[in-house]
Design a protein around this ligand. Structure first.
Ligand SMILES: NC(=O)c1ccc[n+]([C@@H]2O[C@H](COP(=O)([O-])OP(=O)(O)OC[C@H]3O[C@@H](n4cnc5c(N)ncnc54)[C@H](O)[C@@H]3O)[C@@H](O)[C@H]2O)c1
Length: 260
């Protein structure tokens, strides 16, 4: 696939931030996009933003931590477009009140972060992979994180979910390689989104200022800079890539913790 015209794409957590940029980029590249989120006004705003795109973008309310919602998304794509060509497991949460040492983290918070960030990737794949196989192949892109590679205090569940996503990426790549389904991950650095802005009390200027110091490239990233890599990975230009991740982080992982 170098051209996404009429390709069926599902993006989880597509209402805001990185998922919104990925959904719009696919729609502008001619794809049929099923954008899943729990924030309905945000979902409607993405539909409006895609109105002039050459492709089609449909919003569906779906809490992708649940099996029924994931099954429903795949069924909707099959009903609308006859299958799924690209699945982007983008959804992720990192609630501010989850920044706690592991022994203080409520078990329910651990479960919710793992369910939304990691289990959703398994569930979406569980329902989408058979449909992709029937179609002769497809691509699954997982949004992991640099925090799946290196960690920080107070993020046990988030870091475990993202490390799990990288492991799941490798595992699924092996599982489906013979079915012509490629599975890849992106690890964003700090990207200007509502999730990241929560860390500075929604002060975007402070987020940009603090993030600029950490990233060797001297600034934080934009959601579109993740979307462009996701489209590349989903395209035939990346046809020999599977089971791999790409850091899209302004040099953050190249720096190493000692390079202050
Ligand atoms: N922004 C960053 O700096 C950054 C860095 C590394 C990784 N990531 C990862 O990138 C992905 C996107 O992050 P973002 O910054 O765009 O987040 P965001 O919070 O800005 O957007 C995430 C979207 O997911 C939706 N969502 C939340 N729970 C959901 C659920 N259960 N079902 C369906 N939708 C749900 C939200 O409503 C929101 O629209 C996440 O996996 C995140 O962990 C982000």
């Amino acid at each position: 696939m170098t051209d996404f015209k009429n390709k069926a794409v599902i993006v989880t957590g597509g209402g805001k931030g990185i998922g919104q940029a990925i959904s719009l980029a696919f729609a502008r590249a001619g794809a049929h996009v099923l954008c899943a989120d729990v924030d309905d006004p945000a979902g409607q705003a993405v539909v409006e933003a895609a109105a002039t795109a050459s492709g089609q973008l449909i919003y569906q309310h779906a809490d992708v931590a649940t099996s029924a919602a994931c099954k429903g998304l795949v069924e909707r794509a099959v009903e609308l477009w006859g299958g799924v060509d690209v699945l982007v497991n983008n959804v992720g949460i990192q609630p501010m009140n989850s920044y706690l040492p592991a022994h203080e983290l409520p078990e329910e918070m651990w479960d919710r972060i793992i369910d939304v960030n990691l289990k959703s990737g398994f569930l979406m794949t569980k329902y989408a992979a058979p449909v992709m196989k029937q179609r002769g192949g497809g691509v699954i892109i997982n949004t992991a994180s640099v925090q799946g590679l290196q960690s920080a205090k107070g993020i046990s569940a988030y870091a475990a979910s993202k490390g799990g996503m990288l492991s799941l990426t490798r595992q699924l790549a092996l599982e489906y390689a013979a079915d012509n389904i490629r599975v890849l991950a992106v690890n964003p650095g700090t990207i200007e989104t509502p999730l990241a802005a929560a860390s500075t009390g929604n002060d975007y200027a402070a987020l940009r200022r603090e993030g600029a110091k950490a990233h060797p490239i001297g600034r934080i990233g934009k959601p579109e800079e993740i979307a462009s890599v996701v489209l590349f990975l989903a395209s035939d230009a990346a046809s020999f890539m599977t089971g791999e991740f790409v850091n899209v982080d302004g040099g953050l992982m190249a720096k190493g913790a000692w390079a202050e």
